[in-house]
Design a binder for this molecule. Structure first.
Ligand SMILES: [Zn+2]
Length: 133
């Protein structure tokens, strides 16, 4: 039965978690890691499982960071187009009104689509729970 990243993961519970994560990421062999922490009684399966946990966590972090980047970019577009709309007057070219209001509305809509139902924090929590389960 595959081991999940919950209480059963020996590496996750260990006080050497950070060190072991580093060694795994550096590509140090399982055998070496097992020898370095004899008190943990690790085996190759433990290390292999934890390697998968690290990959899962990294993918989750990447996804969350990309979403946060997108939201920040959209916030900038929204602020910029709102600012430009405020500068327009009756003498402004109709095309400018159209362009900035379309951009403004599209950015708001996209932002809503991304954050719909749940905040980023809640999404992150869901993803982490899936990993921990
Ligand atoms: Zn683990």
């Amino acid at each position: 039965m595959p081991e999940n990243h919950n209480g059963k993961c020996k590496t996750r519970r260990s006080p050497y978690r950070k060190k072991i994560d580093e060694l795994i990421l550096e590509g140090v062999s399982s055998t070496k890691i097992i020898k370095e922490f004899p008190e943990l009684n690790l085996n190759r399966t433990n290390i292999h499982n934890h390697k998968n946990h690290i990959t899962l966590l990294q993918n989750t972090n990447d996804r969350v960071n990309k979403t946060i980047d997108s939201l920040n970019a959209l916030d900038n577009v929204i602020a910029q187009s709102y600012n430009n709309l405020g500068k327009l007057n009756t003498l402004s070219p109709p095309r400018a009104v159209e362009v900035w209001s379309n951009l403004f509305l599209r950015a708001i809509r996209l932002k809503h689509e991304i954050t719909e139902f749940k905040s980023i924090e809640e999404r992150l929590e869901d993803l982490l729970n899936k990993i921990r389960r």
